[in-house]
Write a protein that binds this ligand. Structure first.
Ligand code: PHE
Length: 319
């Protein structure tokens, strides 16, 4: 009996043997009931046996419970030292975020995104844009020239020339990229981002100034997610005629200059091999840092480019 208990392998079997021994009609129970008929020595013997068996059951039960627990721990093992979610996911840079938002809006209006080289030749950055070398408008921008006569692109308008040369017309595109000018203060950085739209089609497609203004309004109102008060001022750019500048009312009192725009100058079309008697269209351009600053409520453009991780983390930009 004692060996039997020691060799039992499951708690269920142990339980049933226990019942068979100590239950109402269990072997030990029945023997204990006969105790009065026994001699004193037999009683001592039986009590001893009774106590030993109970002890053995208890020991075996503990052993089997322990083994079951170990088994469970093995199969249901949880490694608490493993890391959970990555802690530093990072966020998109606010300018990247801005570009993808504006890009999505323009694409939804049918525009295709183009990029171009940041080191431009004179033709694409100036001459084709109706700004030949003697043109006074070259002084409108303080440019970084390279020794070989190339220039760090001063405006993404250069991409529009490349797009018209490469794709021909009709065309509906926007160019995005970094641009460079010698200027630096709270609202100007020597490197900044521009986005420029271009839409040129046959004369009888009737692309007009109203379409231009409506396009800019749609884009800005979707970007800022609200209705905007807009103002249009006459302006001058060598590559558009007529030219306008677009301001929006900000914080209820201030007019802020947001974009330059106009109908593409016939010379620009001609420079790209397009006949201005058959085709016309509009172009617009703006700084994407500028609109990002407005949306995020920032007052210094240079923060975008400092690469200060503490600033990026604390400025509340959400990816
Ligand atoms: N390229 C102009 C600038 O840098 C903006 C502009 C683009 C104006 C297209 C008219 C048409 O300010």
């Amino acid at each position: 009996m004692q060996d039997k208990i020691k060799n039992i392998e499951s708690l269920e079997e142990l339980q049933s043997l226990y019942t068979a021994t100590f239950g109402k009609n269990g072997t030990m129970t029945l023997r204990l009931r006969e105790m009065s008929k026994m001699s004193a020595d037999e009683r001592v013997e039986l009590n001893k046996e009774n106590a030993t068996l109970r002890e053995l059951f208890k020991v075996r039960q503990t052993e089997l419970e322990q083994a079951a627990l170990m088994q469970k721990l093995k199969t249901e093992f949880v490694d608490v030292t493993l890391d959970t979610e990555p802690k530093n996911r990072g966020t998109l840079h606010p300018l990247t975020e801005t570009l993808s938002q504006i890009g999505a809006i323009l694409e939804s209006l049918g525009y295709t995104m183009w990029t171009g080289p940041e080191i431009e030749d004179d033709w694409h950055n100036f001459t084709a844009l109706n700004t030949p070398s003697y043109h006074p408008a070259r002084d409108m921008q303080d440019s970084f020239f390279l020794d070989n006569g190339n220039v760090l692109r001063t405006q993404t308008s250069a991409i529009q020339i490349r797009a018209m040369e490469g794709n021909g017309v009709p065309i509906k595109m926007f160019g995005v990229g970094r641009t460079y000018r010698k200027e630096m203060d709270a609202t100007h950085s020597p490197m900044f981002g521009q986005i420029e739209g271009l839409y040129v089609d046959k004369i009888d497609a009737h692309i007009t100034m109203s379409d231009l203004v409506a396009t800019i309004r749609t884009m800005l109102e979707r970007y800022f997610e609200r209705k905007l008060e807009m103002r249009i001022r006459p302006s001058y750019f060598p590559f558009t005629e007529p030219s306008i500048e677009i301001d929006i009312k900000w914080n209820g009192d201030r007019w802020l200059e947001i974009a330059g725009a106009g109908m593409v100058h016939p010379n620009v079309l001609r420079n790209c091999g397009v006949n201005p008697d058959e085709y016309q269209g509009f172009a617009f351009g703006f700084g994407w840092d500028r609109i990002a600053m407005l949306k995020f409520g920032l007052d210094d453009i240079r923060q975008f480019y400092d690469g200060d991780v503490r600033w990026l983390k604390n400025s509340g930009f959400e990816a």
